[in-house]
Each structure stands twice: as C-alpha cells, then as structure tokens.
Design a protein around this ligand. Structure first.
Ligand SMILES: [Zn+2]
Ligand SMILES: [Zn+2]
Length: 477
C-alpha cells in the first residue's frame, strides 16, 4: 500500500507542465487521497487494532494503528501473548504509550481478538483470555431460572451484535457430560421456530450458551401483548395465534424426530421476536435443579408437567404434548379475551389445592377443573370447537398413550385450518401435507368423560380479573 501511495505522489511531482492553479488542485487532491488511502489501510489491515486503541486513547488511536500497519503488524499479529511484546514493539515503532495505556491494551485486546463462537460451535477460553462478550443492561434480565441464569451480552468488538447468554450451573463432571449432550441437541435442531443457537463456550469452570435475544416470552405476551399485536384486526389476531400453535407443533415434532424430549415446555420458555415464535430451553430441564433454584421457575415447570412426569414415572415425548396442550388452551383463552392469569387463579381457587409446588395452579392435578373451565368459558360451538376438542380430549389426556404426536397435531391443525375462516398458513416454515389419519377415536380419555361437567357452584366464582387483554374475542365470526 505505501508503494502505491508513493507512486501517485511521484506522478504529481513528475508533471512539470502543470500550471500553478492545477498544482494547487493537485495538492488538495493528494491530501484527500492520502487520507482515503490511510482510511483504507486502517479498514483493511488493522480494523480491530484500531478499535482497541480507540478505547485506550481516542486521540492517538489512528496514528498508532497506522504506525503498526506500516511496520507490518496487522490484526493477525494479535492478541499479544506477553505484555512485554507490546511494549517492545511500541518502542521500536517510536510510539509513546504510557504504562497505563499498555496495561489497558493488554486487558482489552482479548475481547477483540479472541474469536467469538459461531455456527453452534464450542470454544474453551483459557484462563488468561477474556471471552469477547460484555454484558449490557436489559430491563428484564438477568433472569434466574432453575438451571442457570440468563443475561444479555454484546460482542465487545461489535456492540450491535447482541445475544441472550445463559450461564449453566455446574454440578460436576456427570453434569458436564449432560451439558455436552444438550449442546449437541441444540446444534441438531435447526428449525425455524427453535430459538437460534450461536454456540457455547467454557470459561473459568462455567459453561455459557449464546442464543438469539428475543423481545419477550409468551407469559409476558399474555399479560402485556405488544402494540403490534393489539393493533391487528381480530381475524388477524386469531390467525396469528393459530399459526403460532402450528409453529410450536412443527418445531417440537422436529425435536422429537431427532430423538429429543423437551421436558419443560411452558410459556416462559416460548419466546417471541418480532411476530415470530420460538421454542427455547431444549432439554436442559433434564438436569437436576440446583438447591438455589428460583421458586417462580419451579412453579412454571410444575404447572405444565404431565401427570406421569410429576409422579416421577418414566415419561416420553407424550409428556411434551401434555404441556403443549396446556399452552394451546392458554392461547385459546387469551384469544377468547379471558385473562390467562385469571385462568390460573381459577385453578388455584376452585381446585383441590393439593399442589404446593405449583402454588395449586398446575394442570395435571386440576384436570377436572380445567375441563370445567373449558366447558364454561371457551366456546365449543364456534369455529374453534374442533380445535378445543383436540386439546381437551386428546392432548390433555391423563393417559400418555391417548395424546397425539407433535407431527400429528401439526397435520390436524393444517386440516382444521381449512375450515377456519381466518386461517392462512404463514410462510415462516413448512408444514407437511396431512397424510392418512392415524388417531384412534374409539378411546375415550378421562377428560372426555368429564366434558359435560361444569362447576355446580359456578355462581360462586369470583370473576374479578376475568377480562382479557384484547377487549374482544378474536375467534368470533
Ligand atoms: Zn400439581
Ligand atoms: Zn412457521
């Protein structure tokens, strides 16, 4: 690069025919050219060095970075492994960095030159390195879950790149093996509605997972739906909610296909970014919760557990389908303009109150009441009747074998969608065309037998807080 620069300068001086005026113009041109040339060299050879030096000393960074570049030290030369190497090089290049600036550079450089994870890979950072991420404040994070804590970080070198970072609690070697398995599963899911996973890294005995940072989770959506949703006309709200149901089924079907079981599906683990829905926290719940686990997180997990899961029996993929059924019925409740939180209070207040872990709100110990709620408040005679039946009588069956697979749910949602006036499959992901029906309707689940039950003491139900967030039932018409 310097050679090219000299050449153009020579050309200028070798042109004796130029007039005075033209010469002046040429000098200005030369100055601009020189600046642009330096800009190019900074951008091409030492962009990261320039960024680090800018944080060390904003005024001198440009001059220093260019001196390094001229001396042949491009970004590839960094990070410097020994503090002294940087001091020696600065002396050789005749750069006057104070000891404080050298120390600052040595500390900061790791964040810039150490590679960030990508494509689901796993990196172990050595103790003396500093991972290239720094936390930034988020109004609702850090959040502490049963199995780790989540905060928000950005790339030190590029603050526009933001991530949700999950730090996993360390329970020893056996635990680490499991984390490894889970990370492998995360890499393999690759579904449009699985929360994008960027990779994991280990640093000083902790494991961190980096995910797409989403706007909010489904729990928060239920209590404070974002403006973009509120502004949709009712039929588009209804369409969105049913599309989300389909998206969730498709994503879980894919996870089941590769041999996974989620084990902890709940609105807190369903994330929304823009108007796209994502499933998060795949399989991490298979790990033992820590003693210090957050009660709110335990309550959430307890609420959506399948009956066989809570009882400590062996359970399989059908446990996920029970949890998904609970989430579906909450989506229908929300769309019917009934406060989802009130539905929780309803279970808590009028149920047997035998379940302290879930604060008496769980679905599995309140199945009779859930059925009563559906029969009383959700409209089976409207467009959503068939869908409500599918959730109530099949997905929420007490017996795991009565619950359809995620793949079948997705296929049946597609078939039902044809009969819904508001439904149109969105282009975010592909749904298979339904094949031959496999479900056996001769079996009646526990809930189906209870379908006709309604609360005898319906009059006593306190309907304070009953009204939902939408102002109207978006499934009507
Ligand atoms: Zn319970
Ligand atoms: Zn989709």
């Amino acid at each position: 690069m310097p050679a090219k620069h000299n050449k153009s300068k020579c050309k200028e001086t070798d042109a004796p025919k130029k007039t005075h005026a033209a010469k002046g113009k040429g000098a200005a041109y030369d100055q601009v050219h020189e600046f642009r040339d330096a800009q190019d060299r900074l951008k091409e050879h030492v962009p990261i060095l320039f960024a680090v030096l800018s944080r060390v000393n904003k005024k001198n960074a440009r001059e220093w970075a260019l001196a390094f570049e001229k001396g042949g030290f491009t970004d590839h030369w960094f990070p410097v492994q020994k503090e002294q190497a940087m001091a020696d090089t600065c002396r050789r290049l005749d750069l006057k960095l104070t000891q404080k600036e050298l120390d600052e550079f040595y500390r900061l450089q790791w964040g810039y030159f150490v590679r960030a994870v990508a494509d689901g890979e796993s990196i172990t950072y050595r103790d003396k390195e500093i991972p290239p991420y720094e936390p930034f404040p988020h109004p609702r994070l850090p959040a502490h879950g049963a199995f780790g804590e989540v905060d928000t970080v950005n790339l030190i070198a590029d603050p526009t790149k933001v991530y949700a970072r999950k730090r996993l609690f360390n329970f020893g070697d056996d635990h680490m093996k499991r984390i490894f398995e889970e990370v492998k599963a995360l890499k393999n899911i690759k579904h449009e509605h699985a929360v994008p996973f960027y990779g994991s890294y280990k640093f000083q005995d902790s494991t961190y997972l980096l995910f797409e940072l989403c706007d909010l989770n489904l729990r928060r959506f239920f209590s404070e739906p974002p403006t973009w949703f509120i502004r949709l006309p009712p039929h588009q709200k209804a369409n969105k909610l049913v599309n989300w149901m389909l998206d969730l089924a498709l994503c879980i079907a894919q996870f089941h296909r590769i041999g996974g079981i989620h084990r902890d599906l709940k609105p807190e683990n369903i994330l929304i970014k823009g108007d796209t829905i994502f499933v998060a926290d795949f399989g991490l719940a298979s790990q033992k919760p820590s003693v210090s686990s957050n009660p709110a997180s335990v309550e959430g997990t307890e609420c959506y557990k399948a009956p066989e899961q809570g009882a400590g029996f062996m359970f399989g993929r059908s446990a996920d389908m029970f949890a998904l059924g609970c989430i579906y019925i909450e989506l229908v409740t929300f769309g019917t303009n009934i406060n989802v939180e009130w539905f929780g209070h309803y279970r808590q207040q009028y149920g047997p109150q035998t379940c302290h872990l879930s604060n008496h709100k769980c679905f599995r110990h309140n199945l009779k009441l859930v059925s009563s709620f559906i029969n009383t408040y959700l409209k089976r005679d409207g467009q959503m009747g068939k869908l409500i039946d599918l959730i109530q009588f099949e997905m929420l069956s007490a017996g795991p074998s009565f619950r359809p697979s995620a793949k079948e749910i997705a296929q049946r949602l597609m078939v039902m969608g044809n009969e819904l006036s508001f439904f149109k499959k969105e282009g975010c992901c592909k749904a298979e065309k339904p094949g031959a029906r496999v479900s056996d309707h001769t079996e009646k689940s526990l809930l189906e037998k209870m379908a006709k039950l309604t609360l005898a003491e319906e009059d006593k139900v306190d309907k304070h807080g009953f009204a939902g967030m939408l102002g109207e039932d978006c499934f009507e018409n």
